[in-house]
Write a protein that binds this ligand. Structure first.
Ligand SMILES: [Zn+2]
Length: 79
């Protein structure tokens, strides 16, 4: 299982109206699941780097953010 994920760098932190516009643009493209723009784990990126078995971040991989209300939960609700 995923433990202590490292967030993917997300250089922007959207305002409320920016976050709404982003979600609207995804809905317009038929994307029905998306990260929480305010997620503190991935900062709205929706993906995080898992840790390897030695505890170091595995920058070669990304996995869906499993924080409450974020990408993984959103996708599971929309399947
Ligand atoms: Zn997240």
């Amino acid at each position: 299982m995923l433990r202590n994920p490292i967030r993917v760098e997300a250089p922007w932190e959207p305002t409320e109206s920016e976050a709404k516009a982003i979600i609207d643009s995804w809905l317009a493209k038929g994307i029905t699941y998306f990260p929480n723009p305010y997620c503190e784990v991935c900062r709205g990126a929706g993906y995080v780097h898992p840790r390897k078995s030695d505890g170091e971040p595995d920058y070669a991989q990304i996995v869906m953010c499993g924080a409450p209300g974020c990408l993984k939960e959103s996708k599971e609700k929309n399947q």
